[in-house]
Design a protein around this ligand. Structure first.
Ligand SMILES: [Zn+2]
Length: 123
C-alpha cells in the first residue's frame, strides 16, 4: 500500500471515505465483487486502529470503504450481500448448533467469537 500520492483506485484518502463494513478479508472481497458489479468505486483496506477488537487472535479486520455519496447504495448492497451469505438470517448465529462457519463452512468451536478460518464474527 503506497504512502502518499494519488491512490491507484482514484478514491480520496480512506479517512475521507465511508466505511460500509468491517469484517474478515474474505467477506470484504466478496462484498467488493458486488460493489464492483454495481460500479460503485470502493476500497478494501486493513483496519489497524480498531482498539476495541484487540481480543482478536491473528485475524486483522478489514474495512470496505466507499465515497460518502455512495454510502446509501453501498449499504443496500451490503444488506443484500449479508442476506445472500446467510439466507435464513437467524437472530443469533449459533455456531455451536452445527459447528460450522455460516460463511465459509470451516469447523468452529461452540464458544468461538469468530471463525478461525475466514474471521467472520459470530454473534
Ligand atoms: Zn468462516
Amino acid at each position: 500500500m503506497p504512502q502518499g500520492g494519488p491512490a491507484a483506485d482514484g478514491l480520496p484518502p480512506t479517512d475521507e471515505l465511508h466505511c460500509v463494513r468491517v469484517s474478515a478479508l474474505a467477506w470484504c472481497f466478496s462484498l467488493s465483487d458486488r460493489l464492483g458489479a454495481a460500479e460503485i468505486p470502493h476500497r478494501v483496506e486493513a483496519v489497524s486502529d480498531e482498539g476495541e477488537q484487540t481480543d482478536k487472535v491473528g485475524a486483522v479486520p478489514y474495512g470496505v470503504y466507499v465515497r460518502p455519496e455512495d454510502a446509501t447504495a453501498a449499504g443496500e448492497i451490503d444488506a443484500e450481500h449479508t442476506a445472500h451469505q446467510i439466507p435464513d438470517m437467524p437472530d443469533e448465529v449459533d455456531a455451536a448448533d452445527d459447528g460450522a462457519c455460516p460463511a465459509c463452512g470451516a469447523a468452529v468451536d461452540g464458544d468461538a467469537s469468530e471463525c478461525p478460518d475466514c474471521g467472520l464474527v459470530l454473534l
